[in-house]
Design a protein. Structure first.
Length: 185
C-alpha cells in the first residue's frame, strides 16, 4: 500500500501486452449483479450500499478494516473469485507479456501463476504519505489497513526483482528499464 506498485506496473505496460489490474477487476466484481455483490452486501449489511444499491467502497472499507475478523471475511469472499478471474485471463491469453498489477499476489497464492514476481518497496513513511494523499485517509486509517498486509520484508523473500521506489520517478524508471533489459522486453 503506497509503495507505487501501480505506477511501476504502468511502466511495464506496452502495446500488445495483456494488463490485468487486480484492483479494477475487484471493483467490477462488486458491481450490482457482479460475482461477489450479494455475498458482500449480505456479510456487511445494506448500509454499505449507496445510491441505486451500489457498494460504497469507502463504507465497505470502514467495516472491513475495523478488525481482523471483518477483514478476513471480506478476503474470503473476494479473493477466491478474484484469483479465479485472474487465472482465467492468464490461461486464455497467447500474449508474450502479461502484467498483473496486484497487491495480494503472494497472499492469494497467485505467485505460482506468474513467471516473475516484482515487488515495489518504499519506506513506511513514504507509503503512509502516498496512501493518505491518494485515498484521503487519516494516518491511523492507513496504518490500520497496512496491518492486514504481508510486510515488505516477507514479500521481498518471494521476489525475482525488487524496485526501490523511495526516490525520484526517474530513478524508478531506470530500475524498470534495467529489469526490462534483463527480461529482454
Amino acid at each position: 500500500m503506497g509503495a507505487g506498485k501501480s505506477t511501476v506496473s504502468e511502466m511495464f505496460r506496452t502495446p500488445g501486452c495483456l494488463f490485468i489490474d487486480a484492483d479494477r477487476l475487484a471493483h467490477s466484481m462488486l458491481r450490482k449483479g457482479g460475482p461477489v455483490y450479494s455475498r458482500v452486501v449480505r456479510a456487511f449489511g445494506r448500509e454499505i450500499t449507496g445510491k441505486y444499491g451500489r457498494v460504497d467502497r469507502k463504507k465497505l472499507a470502514e467495516k472491513a478494516f475495523s478488525g481482523k475478523r471483518a477483514a478476513g471475511k471480506l478476503n474470503r469472499i473476494m479473493h477466491g473469485e478474484l484469483v479465479k478471474a485472474i487465472r482465467r485471463r492468464l490461461a486464455n491469453t497467447r500474449r508474450r507479456l502479461v502484467v498483473v498489477d496486484g497487491a495480494l499476489i503472494i497472499e492469494t497464492g497467485l505467485a505460482d501463476a506468474v513467471d516473475r514476481l516484482l515487488v515495489v518497496i518504499a519506506s513506511r513513511e513514504k507509503r503512509i504519505a502516498r496512501s493518505r494523499k491518494r485515498l484521503a485517509l487519516s494516518r491511523q486509517e492507513v496504518c490500520r489497513r497496512m496491518e492486514y498486509q504481508v510486510s515488505q520484508d516477507e514479500k521481498m523473500r518471494f521476489a525475482d526483482f525488487i524496485i526501490d521506489n523511495n526516490g525520484r520517478i526517474n530513478k524508478t524508471r531506470k530500475q524498470v528499464f534495467e529489469i526490462k533489459k534483463a527480461l529482454a522486453l
